[in-house]
Design a protein around this ligand. Structure first.
Ligand SMILES: *Cc1c(COP(=O)(O)O)cnc(C)c1O
Length: 428
């Protein structure tokens, strides 16, 4: 399997190269040269999560991993549950927050970290920009691994207290940089470091953002898992995905291309609606990000849009057939959190609430008889500051989160300019 740049079909690399390179040398994103098709019998057979993962990932990595290697990776990566909660009628919530950092990014990062561990041949530095949850998943996924140093950039005062603790309390091979700016600044600084070839070669810089193909591919697995659990032999399902940088939903599109019967993907966003606007107008205008209560989705210039465009050969009609974009205000989200608690006695975090709104709006303009799955991307305890005042009730904080809350924050504050980042990287 070869991987091509979204900018140039002639530039291509193998899995090992794209795993460590992250972004292509022309600044394009890597996409697989083709999406392997799996037999219908695979989709309709029940199997464990890690076995599902193994079957789906094998065609993408078979040049480097034999079956034993890959099964080792998937079984150690996916040692937690992925429950589907039945809300009502055809509506299910797929809880993707039972991993170690209580957010769905664990699925991707744990796969990537274990793949890197197996294929590593020299010391590397992982540089990652986070709007919250990526950073903690990366810190956890790589913590204590030999030969891998991790540096996390996060926007100062724009992540929740719990998120900040999860980013800044690991120590050992993990360092946190607190940037006096927003997420887009962090992302810009990281991109610049990767295009600085002197620095890149000196430190063997590697990315762990959702731009890394090894982060993207495993995000296709749980869509298939939902199908297997609900045992939908015939009618395609609809998924509503809380979207930021569009990595999660791109995983869904990959699953569909592998053969999963999907009726529609709802790309649900907060105020940061560059993607819904693109679907409506056919023209993509990146915007500066706006702060919302679903802060892990505060992305104004979602990188994975270029992968989506490339996978559909820029045919907006085809994209619209599969995807619908809907955007919601913080006020809508607060009301939804309250409603879900009242009607279903279920506590949802603000990101998941955006996706719930998306699914409800979608079903309001057409009668829905197929299964609907809303992806729940974070545990509500991670956003208790927002959720508790709305539901007027305390949320039980899982033990592993309580532990990091008690630790001392340890970060280095730097300004939002590239020279400060470069200085820090060279000095340490
Ligand atoms: C990262 C994140 C998202 C957005 O996912 P993308 O793949 O960037 O679209 C949604 N919800 C939570 C809780 C997240 O951490």
């Amino acid at each position: 399997m070869r991987y091509f740049s979204t900018k140039n079909k002639r530039l291509h690399s193998n899995f090992r190269e794209v795993l460590f390179q992250g972004i292509c040398e022309d600044n394009g994103l890597f996409i697989p040269e083709f999406i392997p098709q799996l037999d219908r019998s695979f989709f309709d057979t029940k199997m464990s999560y890690d076995e599902t993962a193994y079957n789906m990932m094998y065609p993408f990595v078979s040049d480097f991993f034999n079956k034993t290697d890959l099964l080792e990776i998937t079984s150690s990566a996916y040692c937690f549950d992925t429950p589907l909660i039945h809300l009502n009628n055809k509506l299910y919530i797929m809880e993707l927050f039972h991993g170690p950092t209580l957010a769905f990014k664990d699925y991707a990062v744990r796969f990537m970290a274990r793949s890197m561990e197996k294929l590593l041949d020299k010391e590397i530095t992982i540089l990652v920009a986070t709007s919250g949850d990526t950073g903690s998943a990366v810190a956890n996924g790589f913590y204590g691994l030999k030969g891998i140093k991790v540096i996390i950039l996060y926007p100062s005062k724009k992540v929740s207290d719990i998120q900040e603790k999860q980013l800044t309390t690991y120590g050992k091979n993990i360092s946190a940089l607190e940037i006096l700016g927003n997420f887009d600044d962090c992302q810009r600084m990281v991109k610049k470091a990767f295009s600085d070839s002197e620095l890149k070669n000196r430190l063997n810089l590697t990315s762990a953002n959702s731009i890394n193909i090894a982060r993207l591919l495993p995000q296709s697995i749980y869509y298939v898992w939902a199908w297997k659990q609900l045992n939908q032999k015939k009618s395609p399902m609809t998924f509503s995905v809380p979207c930021g940088n569009l990595g999660n939903i791109t995983g869904g599109i990959i699953a569909k291309n592998m053969g999963l019967p999907v009726k529609k993907f709802i790309a649900s966003t907060n105020y940061n609606n560059a993607f819904p606007n693109y679907l409506e107008s056919g023209v993509f205008f990146p915007k500066p990000s706006v702060e919302t209560i679903s802060n892990s989705m505060d992305v104004g210039n979602p990188s994975n849009i270029y992968r989506i465009m490339a996978m559909y050969k820029k045919d907006i009609t085809k994209i619209r057939k599969d995807l619908l974009g809907l955007s919601f205000s913080d006020e809508d989200v607060k009301k939804e959190i309250k409603k879900i608690k009242l009607n279903h006695d279920y506590i949802t975090d603000p990101h998941t609430a955006v996706a719930l709104l998306g699914m409800k709006k979608f079903s309001s303009f057409q009668r829905e008889t197929n299964s609907q799955v809303v992806l729940a991307t974070a545990h509500p305890a991670k956003f208790c500051n927002v959720v508790e005042p709305i539901i007027k009730q305390e949320i039980n904080i899982p033990i592993r989160l309580q532990k990091s809350m008690k630790k001392q924050k340890n970060s280095t504050i730097i300004s939002a300019c590239y020279s400060s980042l470069k200085e820090f990287l060279i000095e340490t």
